[in-house]
Design a protein around this ligand. Structure first.
Ligand SMILES: Nc1ncnc2c1ncn2[C@@H]1O[C@H](COP(=O)(O)OP(=O)(O)OP(=O)(O)O)[C@@H](O)[C@H]1O
Ligand SMILES: [Mg+2]
Length: 150
């Protein structure tokens, strides 16, 4: 059974704090699938994780690159935005980076590359409930991962 929990946040700063929690608590090799509509806050959460890893580069939406690797922090962060892969359905070698064993992989629009996701992916769903409020649901088949970010 999938372990899950949910909570509400009310500001970008709280999203950032959740990112810090993720950065300091998930093990290397963790794959995080970020589910949510346009503007839900997926990239904002990736920025929080980047900050937690002491990555000073500006994290932008990688929509035009599909993938961006940050190697200058305390451990590598791989940021993938699969949005533009929606209709392509082609193998661009992303699987080489997913679950990169010394870092954290965060994927926006994960459903477009669902076949590449490991079974123990940490799923984070972000639902907009107001201008700055968000309902967040965390789930995974790996209970330990879910507990790690609680
Ligand atoms: N609590 C919050 N958490 C995250 N973002 C918030 C919050 N409140 C307001 N925002 C705003 O919502 C927007 C979220 O944009 P962001 O780029 O993170 O979304 P996204 O889910 O990555 O969208 P896309 O699917 O287009 O990549 C930002 O403008 C941010 O300032
Ligand atoms: Mg984004």
């Amino acid at each position: 059974m999938k372990e899950q929990f949910s909570f509400d946040i009310f500001s970008c700063e709280q999203m950032n704090e959740f990112g810090l929690t993720i950065a300091s608590n998930v093990p290397n090799g963790t794959v995080i699938a970020l589910v949510g509509d346009l503007g839900a806050g997926k990239t904002t959460l990736v920025r929080g994780v980047a900050r937690g890893l002491n990555i000073t580069e500006v994290v932008q939406s990688p929509t035009f690159n599909i993938m961006k690797l940050y190697l200058k922090g305390s451990r590598p962060l791989i940021h993938i935005d699969a949005y533009r892969l929606a209709d392509i359905n082609t193998d661009i070698g992303l699987d080489e980076y997913i679950g990169y064993e010394t870092g954290i992989t965060m994927i926006e629009w994960p459903h477009y590359i669902e076949d590449l996701l490991p079974e123990n992916t940490l799923w984070i769903e972000i639902k907009s409930t107001g201008e700055t409020s968000r309902h967040i649901t965390v789930s995974s088949s790996d209970n330990k991962l879910v507990e790690a970010v609680k």
